[in-house]
Design a protein around this ligand. Structure first.
Ligand SMILES: [Zn+2]
Length: 173
């Protein structure tokens, strides 16, 4: 008798844990991550712990995902919502500014929160490009191209690795 009661008591938290795990895998999380209050500084080992290998390669090693990849296919299907840094949660872009540039990477014509998006010169491929990084954690996001003639309000293309972003769908009213 005592033994079976003990079993129930033990099994209940396990069952709750299993349900919780299933719950967290739902894609429709409408709560944006907390905006970092101060610059986010972590060691390489801490970032490796926090990020997937692909996120780490993009954000911390200035990697580029392959064009028309899985992250881009997902990006094309996403509706209204906001795009946050996969490293630190800072708000970066909004679906309101996304457009189809045909380049194979997520494209935005404006940041959602300009102070979270940092621009700097990148000489890594011989010429000069404008690198786009997260201003809060320094994570590499992609590059900015200008004057390409797209029919957008800014004529700018923030060419961003989808793998460095986390999408939060807007709440359906
Ligand atoms: Zn960040």
């Amino acid at each position: 008798m005592i033994a079976s009661r003990t079993l129930v008591v033990l099994a209940l938290p396990l069952w709750l844990l299993a349900c919780g795990a299933r719950e967290s895998k739902k894609p429709a999380m409408h709560t944006p991550p907390a905006e970092p209050a101060s610059p986010v500084v972590k060691t390489a080992a801490e970032w490796q712990e926090l990020l997937t290998p692909e996120q780490y390669r993009i954000l911390r090693q200035a990697g580029t995902e392959r064009p028309h990849g899985k992250a881009y296919e997902e990006f094309k299907k996403q509706g209204q919502g906001t795009y946050h840094c996969a490293g630190c949660g800072a708000l970066l872009f909004s679906s309101a500014h996304k457009f189809d540039s045909g380049c194979g990477w997520p494209s935005f014509y404006d940041p959602a929160k300009a102070q979270n998006v940092q621009l700097s010169k990148d000489y890594s491929l011989g010429g000069v490009r404008t690198e786009v990084t997260c201003a809060r954690c320094g994570g590499h996001l992609g590059h900015l191209f200008e004057g390409e003639g797209f029919a957008t309000p800014t004529d700018q293309r923030f060419c961003i690795n989808g793998g460095g972003l986390q999408f939060v769908p807007a709440k359906v009213p």
